[in-house]
Design a protein around this ligand. Structure first.
Ligand code: ZN
Ligand code: ZN
Length: 354
């Protein structure tokens, strides 16, 4: 289903709102699920949940940003009130996930209309537009030193991929990390593994240009799917300490778990299509004592994780420029999605202000 560029009406901002002029919006795998119809979501909807921009206006109650500030958007505002939020796991917030399913913000509103009808928000954000109104908590200041184009990647892919390795897999120095799938998030998993001090980083992907990019970012061993078994036999015959399935389908998750060592941790990072199930062997858990878990948005509060990521960027440990792909103006948004669906090695960006 192609996207259309339309004129929309934004509700009057509330005292706690921030209006952001979007500069760069990354096309994340989640958007591709929406475009392919893998998920049922209300329409009409504005997609986009990974982006950066400049604060245009703020409500009276806003204290953390002011007009002119550069910000990255978090797509996990969270309610601050449910059991998961109180346990410090805002990305698991039940109200957030209800909102994402319903195409709204956490309070159930969307704040936008199209020809007088409710206009929904993709991933509780909907930032693929020139101006977006968000609540203060999700407009996180960048504080200079990073271009807005690069910063867009921090909003989803970087927090998700680096966070998956540091906060979900909890990789440690000297370990072997296996990354299955080297798209945008997978490349950040590679960098997370390097930042964690992994000794070997094995990356598998069918596309050679992605493997080449991964080698430049820290992968020590790369292969297409057919070569994985032989390569693991050579690098880590007992299995990887941490294995990440960044694709998120039953076959790749099974593969990641299989190549996790006894007692090691396997993390499902990619998000499957609705209805997919896993078929698991008990022996992986009772006899081999493996851990299997998932991760959402890097398993850390974005307000905590973003400053950590920015420190890594400024110190040169976390590379963003290498991961930028082609940019398209808003009018060519469908071409941007086509480039992303075709497997562009770098992140495809839409520049609403261009
Ligand atoms: Zn995303
Ligand atoms: Zn909550």
């Amino acid at each position: 289903m192609p996207l259309e560029v339309r004129e929309v009406e934004l509700d009057e901002p509330r005292p706690s709102d921030v209006v952001v002029r979007m500069e760069a919006v990354g096309i994340c795998g989640t958007e591709l699920h929406s475009i392919r119809g893998d998920w049922e979501r209300p329409t009409p909807s504005v997609l986009g949940h990974e982006g950066s921009g400049v604060v245009e206006a703020v409500g009276d109650a806003v204290t953390t940003v002011k007009p002119g500030d550069q910000v990255v958007l978090s797509w996990a505002p969270s309610c601050g009130d449910c059991a998961d939020c109180r346990r410090g796991r805002p990305a698991a917030c039940v109200n957030l996930h209800r909102a994402i399913g319903a195409g709204t913000l956490v309070d159930g509103t969307t704040g936008m209309t199209l020809d007088g009808e409710t206009l929904y928000r993709g991933t509780a954000t909907g930032c693929l537009q020139e101006l977006v109104t968000v609540t203060e908590r999700v407009a996180l200041p960048i504080g200079g030193g990073v271009s807005l184009e690069q910063a867009a990647l921090l909003g989803c892919a970087a927090l998700t991929g680096v966070g998956a390795v540091l906060f979900a897999a909890r990789a440690e120095p000297g370990e072997v990390v296996l990354v299955i799938g080297a798209g945008g998030v997978g490349q950040f998993c590679v960098q997370g593994a390097r930042i964690a001090g992994a000794e070997a980083i094995v990356v598998v992907d069918p596309l050679e240009q992605r493997l080449e990019l991964a080698r430049g970012l820290g992968a020590t061993h790369t292969t297409g799917p057919d070569g994985l078994k032989a390569l693991m036999k050579e690098v880590a015959p007992d299995g990887a300490d941490r294995a990440l399935d960044v694709v998120g389908n039953p076959e790749t998750s099974a593969l990641a778990l299989r190549f996790t060592r006894s007692g090691g941790t396997c993390v499902i990072v990619g998000i499957p299509a609705t209805g997919e199930r896993l078929d698991l062997d008990f022996g992986e858990f009772n006899r081999r004592e493996k851990f299997l878990t998932g991760t959402m948005y890097g398993s850390e509060d974005p307000a905590v994780a973003l400053p950590i990521m920015l420190d890594h960027v400024r110190a040169g440990r976390l590379k963003l420029q290498e991961l930028l792909g082609p940019s398209y103006p808003l009018e060519q948004v469908n071409e941007a999605f086509e480039a992303s669906l075709a497997g562009s090695a770098g992140r495809v960006l839409v520049r609403p202000g261009a």
